[in-house]
Design a protein around this ligand. Structure first.
Ligand SMILES: C[S@@+](CC[C@H](N)C(=O)[O-])C[C@H]1O[C@@H](n2cnc3c(N)ncnc32)[C@H](O)[C@@H]1O
Length: 208
């Protein structure tokens, strides 16, 4: 990256980190993962998309306080979970002591050299990356993430939306991964994940 790109991305990272640390600093579980029927239906559907044989290594990006990481730890031998917020991560570490946690911005983070994953989970995180002034780096993140999957590996996308415009925006995440070489297995709004006008689009893709 050029110095100018470093500065633009660094500034946006700083702002997102500050925003998320404030949000998690206000109270525990600010997104009500442990309580609302919407979130429970969403997390259940994400878990069902990973059912089958036990996974060897899984990456969750944007793990927040580890509610889904905890479920992943029951499905996989090795779980790595990334988040930009140190406040969220400190709670996630307490919740799932067996997982490996990393603090970083998904926009620029890379796994340790030589590491690839059997599955990657992105739940309600990609829309935080689509920030002003970093569209060139954002455009590249889909191919970068796709390249971290082992052949045959699975990518789970689950993002909330309200209305047609946001639905198209969330579907575009999946289209960008297809353009990066992944194959769509299935995609549908999650049954039972309804909170006012908000629904959740779940997409499952696979690496060739
Ligand atoms: C709405 S929560 C989603 C939590 C979880 N993935 C789920 O689906 O339940 C979004 C999380 O993404 C994290 N996040 C936002 N932008 C990020 C970025 N650029 N890199 C890594 N994590 C980020 C936030 O700190 C927050 O914990």
């Amino acid at each position: 990256m050029s110095l100018w790109t470093d500065l633009r991305v660094g500034w946006q990272s700083f702002k997102t980190r500050r925003k998320m640390n404030r949000q998690f600093g206000r109270r525990e579980d600010p997104f009500s993962y442990g309580e609302t029927p919407y979130e429970l239906a969403r997390l259940d559907a994400m878990q069902a998309a990973l059912s089958g044989p036990r996974w060897n290594s899984v990456l969750e990006a944007g793990c927040a306080e580890g509610h889904f990481t905890q479920r992943l730890a029951r499905l996989a031998d090795r779980v790595t979970a990334l988040d930009i917020s140190a406040v969220a991560l400190s709670r996630a570490r307490r919740r799932v002591p067996t997982a490996d946690f990393a603090e970083g911005d998904l926009l620029t983070w890379t796994p340790p050299a030589g590491t690839s994953y059997d599955a990657i989970v992105l739940g309600d995180v990609l829309y935080y990356l689509d920030r002003e002034g970093v569209s060139d780096v954002y455009a590249e993140v889909f191919a970068r993430i796709a390249s971290w999957l082992k052949p045959g590996g699975r990518l789970i996308l689950a993002h909330g939306y309200a209305g047609d415009e946001e639905f198209a925006h969330r579907r575009c995440f999946r289209e960008r991964f297809e353009a990066a070489g992944l194959r769509l297995i299935c995609e549908a709004p999650v049954d039972g994940a309804e909170r006012g006008a908000v629904r959740c689009l779940l997409s499952v893709l696979s690496a060739r």
